[in-house]
Design a binder for this molecule. Structure first.
Ligand SMILES: O=C([O-])C(=O)C[C@H](O)[C@@H](O)C(=O)[O-]
Ligand SMILES: [Mg+2]
Length: 421
């Protein structure tokens, strides 16, 4: 086997066009940011990873990149330890990359994740095996995803219609859902809520249910509701949604809602790190955890999360933020090798029009992505595209995801409060 000692690491921030998708903290800016991690080894093999690109996160990753030179890509425990030691000495704050919605995840896990993915990409190439084989082997050959609907404006203020049009009511969402299902074949639907008063969002879910009676639905207001409102909405949506995601903030509030709600409660807000799991189980706060390798510490630690969920009888789904193909490939390998990940995964994929990899490997059919079977992750960087999206990052002026600040620049009276209703 070729030698696999890390000799070089680069961190390249990129920006890609993003539509004005609304959520409870504000609205997506005209560009979404990501950072592309590339690792080189003495044997000539290279690997890639993808993560957030907020300024503080980039600063930590540049420090982490220095700390892992000279380590072997198979020594993931040593690599995590080196990153942990370096990152825990740093005083830089912020940089969660998720507009403040997931603030209590582990910093070390978030920084380690893209380096772990790049190392697994190299391990797979060295062994001639797909990353899913390094995670215990695929148990499915295609990974289903959900149609991720957003309330949205027709375009960013002052710009042309982005092609998706406006969706601020049930009719607009139904149009959006039809287009996504026609183009991708999705067999589950998630609506990002927390944007309009709960009764309007309940009406939208009921309209989607009437239009797509056989498709499982989810509603996620990102903790925009009080316990009482959540209990009322849960009663209204009984038998209509497969789960209700983060209706209210905190483990205690979620436990109060869970005691009344008939459907499972899911979260990617109150259980986002390993030390949240015990209290969540003790309090009975949630029955489904949305995993996300970007902040759970990579693919192997996400499988540890899956094992803990399995042990305590909790279901597993998968969370997404705006992302490119390297993340999609990592998500697909992980989901393929996680037997108890039985819900369709979230993805922002349909909302992006640009990428950094050569086309052809990843694609959707019947709402699912076939699991790549070649060595490593199975994606290859398109150097010209990477350079173009890096230049776009340099030119666009956005350095941190700030949905709230962008919304306030359009609507000065907007307040980011939780719970709001
Ligand atoms: O499930 C979730 O909470 C998300 O997907 C969080 C994201 O940040 C989403 O709200 C978004 O992209 O606006
Ligand atoms: Mg969520």
């Amino acid at each position: 086997m070729q030698p696999t000692t890390i000799t070089g690491v680069t961190v390249t921030p990129v920006a890609f066009i993003d539509p004005p998708l609304l959520n409870t903290v504000g609205v997506h800016q005209p560009y979404a940011l990501r950072a592309i991690i590339r690792i080189e080894t003495d044997g000539g093999l290279r690997g890639v990873g993808e993560t957030y690109a907020d300024t503080a996160h980039i600063t930590r990753m540049e420090a982490a990149a220095e700390a892992i030179i000279g380590l072997d890509v198979f020594a993931l425990n040593r690599i995590r330890d080196a990153i942990d030691q370096r990152v825990s000495r740093m005083t830089v704050t912020g940089g969660d990359g998720v507009a403040g919605m997931i603030t209590t995840a582990s910093t070390t896990d978030r920084v380690f994740s893209p380096f772990e993915v790049a190392c697994l990409d190299i391990q797979g190439k060295a062994l001639g095996r797909p990353v899913s084989d390094l995670l215990g082997g695929a148990v499915r050959d295609r990974v289903p995803f959900s149609a991720y609907l957003f309330y949205k404006w027709a375009g960013h203020p002052g710009a042309a219609d982005d092609g998706w049009g406006e969706a601020i009511d049930p009719a607009g969402l139904i149009r959006q859902a039809h287009r996504m299902i026609d183009e991708y074949g999705f067999t589950a639907i998630k609506l990002k809520g927390g944007v309009f008063p709960p009764d309007e969002e309940v009406a939208a879910i009921k309209a989607l249910h009437a239009e797509f009676p056989n498709i499982p639905l989810r509603l996620d207001p990102n903790a925009a509701w009080t316990v009482d409102t959540s209990v009322r909405v849960a009663a209204e949506l009984d038998g209509i949604v497969e789960y209700l995601e983060d209706p209210t903030p905190g483990l205690d509030g979620m436990a109060e809602v869970a005691a009344e709600a008939k459907m499972p409660l899911a979260t990617n807000m109150c259980v986002v790190a390993f030390d949240h799991l015990k209290p969540a189980v003790v309090k009975n706060s949630v029955s489904v955890v949305l995993s996300d390798h970007h902040y759970w510490g990579g693919l192997q630690r996400s499988r540890q999360l899956a094992a803990i969920c399995d042990t305590f009888g909790m279901g597993l789904s998968m969370h997404s933020n705006s992302h490119l193909s390297i993340s999609l490939a990592a998500m697909v390998h992980l989901a393929a090798a996680t037997p108890n990940l039985t819900y369709a995964c979230d993805t922002h994929w349909p909302w992006k029009t640009e990428d950094v990899v050569k086309p052809g490997v990843l694609g959707f059919s019947d709402g699912a992505v076939p699991v790549p079977t070649g060595p490593g992750l199975g994606v290859e960087i398109d150097e010209d595209a990477l350079e173009r999206l890096h230049q776009q990052y340099l030119d666009c002026g956005i350095r941190d995801r700030d949905d709230t600040g962008y919304m306030q620049s359009i609507d000065a009276g907007f307040e980011n409060t939780s719970p709001r209703w």
